[in-house]
Design a protein around this ligand. Sequence first.
Ligand code: GLA
Length: 495
Amino acid sequence: MKIFMLLALAMSSYAADLTGNWLVKQESPDGNVRETYLDLKQDGTNITGAVRNINRDQKILSGSMDADGKVTIVLQGQNNRPGQRIMAKFANGELRVTMAGPRGTQPEEIVATRAAEGAGGPPAKIAPPELHKVPYNGLAKTPPMGWNSWNKFAGRVTAEDVKGMADAIVSSGMKAAGYIYVNIDDTWEGMRDTNGNITSNKKFPDMKGLADYVHSKGLKIGIYSSPGPKTCAGYEGSYGHEDQDAKTWASWGIDYLKYDWCSAGRIYKDEDMHAVYQKMGDALRKTGRPIVYSLCQYGRADVWTWAPEVSGNLWRTTGDIRDSWDSMTKIGFGQNDLAKWAAPGHWNDPDMLEIGNGGMSNSEYQVHMSLWSLLSAPLLAGNDLRTATPEILAILTNPEVIRIDQDKAGHQATRLSQNGEQEIWVKDLADGGKAIGLFNRATDAANMQIKWADAGITGKRKVRDLWAKSDVKWDDSGYSAQVPGHGVALIRVSK
Ligand code: GLA
């Protein structure tokens, strides 16, 4: 009887112990602190509730604690399927949670602290301003060209890397080829000072100095933020500080802003995006400094229909690219319907280049470069330029291919024809000529042909093979080529 009562007592205290809101604070080496809230309800061995961080509020799909205090939580993933798994240990009233470290580091065990009920939810909504038209800033008359830190470095990027990249852009011939913007993506941000001014973190000790350095090379510098309270990587965003941040960036000498939706999605709906992006468009304009405005909200809310009205110069049309043939082709060949929205000053952005990052063959990277150039896409290299091979640099800097991308008319190519895994894309050029890409998406080589009449080409023209860098002998009927698997033939046909 006595034993039974003790057991019942033990079980009831066990049952109630984990219930409550727990805060896990994870500090990264640059000093940034990420907060995750575990809002738990324990019923016997069963655990329910939610896990919240800056970007997400996720329901617990299943959770349990065994007799040793081992806690297993499975979050609800897409389509109600099991998502991320969180492991923890509960002993003597202490909850130790195993958190994934930044990419490339080991997971770490962090002791959670008790937090107030409801803590970890999104901040109160600041109503976005009424819609009006923000005048065009006069920038990006051709698609922006440069480099961005994210694809290669993600959260590891430092000021030294950025300086090294500015040096390499000059010494590698990238600058001469037209790559001008050196863009720092997420994870440069520090906390706000007592006046609410944004600072940079330990990896970026002197932003003004860094901007001066980049400018001294004849280059321009870009930065990154979010309309939400936190960025996608969990760093400080511009929510409620739009004017103040724009002023700070302008005082550092920033020339380009990528503005990434991220945690704004916990406060606003997609239909608020126009007004929310307009707020930063106004803030940038008020600084008086020419700053290219790059919208990053993954192509939601038909962004192409309103981005120019917030003075947006480019807007992402898709989710994030990865360094793989599948990801690159799925994005690149999926842009056909958006062609009519591209124009000087205003570009569809199918995301940054992966050329040279190692996940594709050089032939596949030629497809990447050819397709992005036909699409009049921004050309933002995403590899380590300090160690790029001559072959990779040759792909990135091919002047005749870049001329297709930078064509003044700003037309975006459309698909002329598709035959299984072979497709032909055509772009009208300012001089009345055409750029034509014959793409072979199959693994085996294929004989491909375009009849001039199909592309509206009549009479004798000059034809140039842009990768072979040689003239092609005129043939009245058309052009044909043996195109390697996962390869391209890119030609320019004169007026
Ligand atoms: C999002 C963007 C990426 C990159 C990361 C940074 O995923 O789409 O391009 O900026 O955020 O956290």
